[in-house]
Design a protein around this ligand. Sequence first.
Ligand SMILES: [Zn+2]
Length: 343
Amino acid sequence: MKTLLPTSTAGSLPKPTWLAQPETLWSPWKLQGEELIGGKQDALRLSLQDQQQAGITIVSDGEQTRQHFVTTFIEHLSGVDFNKRKTVKIRDRYDASVPTVVGPVTRQKPVFVEDAKFLRQQTKQPIKWALPGPMTMIDTLYDDHYHSREKLAWEFAKILNQEAKELEAAGVNIIQFDEPAFNVFFDEVNDWGIATLERAIEGLKCETAVHICYGYGIKANTDWKKTLGSEWRQYEQVFPKLQKSNIDIISLECHNSHVPIELLELIRGKKVMVGAIDVATDSIETPEEVADTLREALKYVDADKLYPCTNCGMTPLSRHVARAKLDALNAGTEIIRAELASR
Ligand SMILES: [Zn+2]
């Protein structure tokens, strides 16, 4: 990748209103059967076009083919009963009715590989594909089989590795694992969370990323953020071990958050996807605001390792807001590219 400060998004983008109810998580599909398959592909094309018109460097599918970043992957596995539901607390934050692990978890067939091949056919730009991380997957289930969070995470890591290897073969350049749970369960992250993530990327030759954020701009998350105080130091707990891990890129929430930016020093040497777009508000960042966040990050991240990004996925936003935010990300990045070029 030769572009200085290559831009990308954390993952999801809003879906067209004819495909799913907008501004809603777990929104049911409006199409069925063959129409749904074609509709998802059309939505992927539109999402890609939005990213391209905004000048995004590393593009994605905008997660147009999934209802949710964790559950859609799990739905394709065996060993999980979606009709047998239990209420658990997700990320120690909010109650949700979740499916139950009833037997050994396995991946009978690829989950996203055909979608990735389709995206690969549409563009020559570098593409990034997001998968849920092992710890975030176990946190979204009730386990009635392994009775061990760690054991289940290792099983998911093996499955993710199978999927990741096929995504790599399909031409994906960066495989990203979403691990918002890394911001909550610090002891587990350090005991086995990062180890299971490294199992998930074992043997991959493409680049790998981990995305750790404070979540979508939904009420449960914004309420939780209010309890975190004026300085958010969660990253400090896991950065030292992540810095030593085999993961290439770390994707973080930086803009408008209360994360002390100097914590980035703890992962010096890694590539960093710096979140410079707030996904929890409809107000559009100015290019100068984006540039300010990137300029701050540049004190702790070498320019050739800085990847401007969004704080998290944008699926709960309206399409025009998300699109304007993509434009802002690009415009702010252009400011810093020009500054770096004139040095
Ligand atoms: Zn996120």
